[in-house]
Write a protein that binds this ligand. Structure first.
Ligand code: SF4
Length: 228
């Protein structure tokens, strides 16, 4: 189904209101410090949050949840500790590459890194090994409070089922659509993404949508799909 033209997308704000009314604050992202949020954004790649959280708990026990501590730890030990998150060798390399970038560009200071203008920092992060758009935007929004909208598979599925995005639309096109349609407010982007995740997990499931219980039901362009 073709995407609706951008001018018809104030509906995205209505979606947010409906979701917030139904579910309230989601208290995302679960991380005690900006660095922990960054680590979580990498560890959650290709796995679920429960597995990433087990890896983070290991890092906390080993007192490695600061940039200097993690930078110094041998790669093999880091990989062993984050094993529960899967792809642990690759993720250990990604963490070390990100820390090398932080040291090189910002003398190891996250505060200095997050003072960089959003577009410039986004470009830099996308050049770091293993940091794709979703991870970069999660770091920018949830750790740095920069106004970027995080697009994930749940977001795509919901928009697609509502006729608001093409199946093959790019990450950047969908991100731009949200950012043009909403006030530039990191707190709003934060809450909205979390609400979409909740909706995708519990209602808009890949194997069958539970539309009759979903807060977005009234916006469906056609009758709900049958449950598989
Ligand atoms: S579950 Fe149904 S109503 Fe809810 S977002 Fe998915 S398609 Fe829309």
């Amino acid at each position: 189904m073709p995407a609706k033209p951008a001018e018809s997308l104030p509906v995205l704000l209505e979606y947010y209101d409906a979701l917030f009314q139904a579910h309230g604050e989601q208290h995302w992202w679960p991380g005690r410090t900006p660095f922990e949020v960054i680590v979580g954004a990498i560890l959650v790649q290709n796995t679920n949050w429960e597995n990433a959280a087990r890896a983070i708990a290991n890092l906390r026990r080993a007192e490695l949840l600061t940039p200097p501590a993690m930078e110094k730890v041998p790669r093999a030990k880091l990989a062993r500790l984050i094993r529960p998150s899967g792809y642990f060798r690759q993720k250990a390399r990604k963490l070390h590459e990100l820390l090398a970038f932080l040291r090189r560009e910002y003398r190891g200071s996250l505060a200095a890194m997050f003072r960089t203008p959003t577009a410039q920092l986004r470009e830099q992060l996308l050049c770091v090994h293993g940091i794709g758009p979703e991870t970069a935007d999660s770091i920018l929004l949830y750790a740095g409070k920069h106004p970027v909208f995080v697009v994930d598979a749940y977001t795509r599925r919901i928009l697609n089922r509502h006729g608001l995005a093409h199946e093959k639309e790019s990450y950047e096109e969908i991100r731009a659509r949200f950012e043009k349609s909403l006030p530039t407010d990191p707190a709003l982007f934060n809450e909205y993404h979390a609400l979409l995740v909740r909706t995708g997990k519990h209602y808009c499931r890949s194997r069958g949508a539970l539309c009759s219980d979903c807060a977005l039901r009234r916006y469906l362009p056609r009758p709900p799909e049958p449950i598989a």
